[in-house]
Write a protein that binds this ligand. Structure first.
Ligand code: FAD
Ligand code: NAD
Length: 465
């Protein structure tokens, strides 16, 4: 097979790799991207998008089940709701198909060459790709490693049989009657909540004393409350030990040291993700590592000349929008533009019920850094739009420097607050002060009015509380 030579070679077409390829193509760089599966990576095929599709379907279903049970004050009644998970999953797959085809189309438009197969590095400039038609050698001046991440497997609960990963959970053909989720982090709670809404009896087993331990307790309290309302049992400070002999229950050591068997049709293990650093010839490269991840500098350069790395393989936060921002930046660096990572904030959203958004520092994190701060919290209970949507649970909370009022961080928990992440990031990235946010007119009636109110509260003069 004829060797390909190019200026830029990208290994992996997840959000990091595919964005890097599109931008490089736009900049006129002769670019080749290699992907073993579908363009779009974890995010489009088995991550962000499919999970949000199932979460949306589950939200809709739970709402009508709630109405059918005569529990809504909205005056709506209906009967016998049902969900056919096979059709829900087929709908989700159609969305995934549209998006992965869309990325392939964007490669063509940007004149990026796409090679389908598994790439292995021979050296820092050369890879060999196992394609359907043979081995393709590709040589490049510059390479970008964007191989992403994979679910962590617990040695005493290997994937297979009733033990499933998030990828399997997104492709089930029926709702398990009893689902045990090991790990009360992003995936465990997003998918655990969705399955509870679709009718599963869900138990979450979390090793640490709190769910979503990356966030503070004030922020996660409304999520914990809603899990209880949905009938989800949460065992914190609990250790999963393995399946019982009949493989129909998970043995768990609870926080008080007792061993209990929690019956399960499926056990979803969601205890984190690990960088994908095996199977593609990392050993052929002399890369410095930072723990399990590839070490990068503020331009995503690795310790080898001409080798960049982006996305989950480079560390936390393992989020699609960080990978995309790195990919876009690297393409511009390769094109000779002056770029480096100078972002103030990578926002994060957890699509639980209610949703959680964080951008920048929490009050505790700011204090821990020795900052003198002002904080303001505005509850949705005092927001008219929230009342009209039965969404009074939660709040917007802002933290600013005490001396000049520059905003350091904003968090929110509440119905649909994921969309507020845009305003939060923009405010921090633009160096907004409390007065800027308090002085910006926010349309009425919207949930977003809680944002300037939180700033006014930090300044000591909230209007609606
Ligand atoms: P990946 O998306 O993992 O892509 C890497 C690609 O490289 C893969 O397609 C792989 O096949 C390919 N590849 C690897 N090695 C080779 C090789 N040697 N040859 C050829 N191809 C190779 N993040 C968010 O920001 N928001 C969310 O809501 C969100 N939800 C998620 C839900 C779930 C269930 C999961 C699992 C993850 C979620 N994430 C979310 C995380 C997000 O998916 C990742 O952060 C993101 O996909 C990382 O992008 P990446 O480009 O680094 O790698
Ligand atoms: P996570 O790090 O969010 O949560 C893992 C949880 O498992 C933690 O709470 C941890 O304390 C717990 N845990 C670890 N070992 C355990 C054990 N043996 N028994 C019980 N609990 C244990 O990881 P995740 O949920 O697998 O998600 C992986 C990554 O994917 C996230 O960190 C995030 O970067 C990304 N993701 C993002 C989103 C989003 O942005 N909305 C959604 C899903 C996934």
């Amino acid at each position: 097979m004829k060797e390909i030579t190019c200026k830029l070679l990208i290994v992996g077409a997840g959000p990091g790799g595919y964005v890097c390829a599109i931008r490089a193509g736009q900049l006129g760089i002769d670019t080749v991207v290699v992907e073993a599966k579908k363009p779009g990576g974890t995010c489009l095929t088995v991550g962000c998008i499919p999970s949000k599709a199932l979460i949306h379907a589950a939200d809709e279903y739970e709402k009508i089940v709630h109405m059918a049970a005569g529990k809504t004050p909205l005056g709506i009644s209906l009967a016998n709701p049902a969900i056919d998970l096979k059709r829900t999953v087929a709908w989700k797959d159609a969305i995934v198909g549209r998006l992965t085809n869309g990325v392939a189309g964007l490669f063509k438009k940007a004149q990026v060459k796409s090679v389908h197969g598994w790439a292995k590095f021979r050296d820092g400039k050369t890879v060999e790709v196992e394609t359907e038609t043979g081995t393709q050698t590709i040589r490049a001046e510059t390479v970008v490693i964007a191989t992403g991440s994979a679910p962590v497997e617990l040695p005493f609960l290997p994937f297979g049989g009733p033990v499933i990963s998030s990828t399997d959970a997104l492709a089930l053909s029926e709702v398990p009657a009893k689902l045990v989720v090991v790990g009360g982090g992003y995936i465990g709670l997003e998918l655990g909540t969705a399955f509870a809404k679709m009718g599963a009896k869900v138990t979450v087993v979390e090793a640490l004393p709190r769910i979503l331990p990356a966030y503070d307790a004030e922020l996660t309290r409304p999520v914990a409350k809603r899990l209880t309302e949905l009938g989800v049992e949460v065992l914190t400070g609990a250790k999963a030990k393995g399946l019982n002999a009949k493989k129909d229950a998970l043995l768990v050591e609870t926080s008080d040291g007792k061993e209990v068997a929690v019956h399960a049709d499926k056990v979803l293990v969601a205890v984190g993700r690990k960088p994908l650093t095996e199977g593609w010839g990392l050993d052929e490269l002399a890369l410095d590592m930072s723990g399990k991840f590839i070490r990068i500098d503020d331009q995503c350069r690795t310790s080898m000349r001409g080798v960049f790395a982006i996305g989950d393989v480079t560390g936390e936060p393992m989020l699609a929008h960080r990978a995309m921002a790195q990919g876009e930046m690297v393409a511009e660096v390769v094109a000779g533009k002056k770029r480096s990572w100078d972002n103030q904030v990578v926002p994060a959203v957890c699509f639980t019920d209610p949703e959680v958004v964080t951008a920048g520092l929490s009050p505790d994190e700011a204090r821990a850094l020795g900052r003198e701060i002002k904080t303001g919290l505005f509850p949705f209970q005092a927001n008219g739009r929230a009342m009209t949507m039965l969404g009074e649970e939660g709040f917007v909370r802002i933290t600013a420097r005490a001396d000049n009022h520059v905003v350091l961080g904003i968090q929110a928990v509440g119905q649909g607050v994921s969309e507020l992440s845009a305003a939060f990031s923009l405010a921090i990235e633009m160096g907004a002060r409390l007065e800027d946010i308090a002085g910006t007119i926010h349309a009425h009636p919207t949930m977003s009015e809680a944002f300037p109110e939180s700033a006014m509260r930090a300044l000591g003069h909230a209007l609606h509380i």
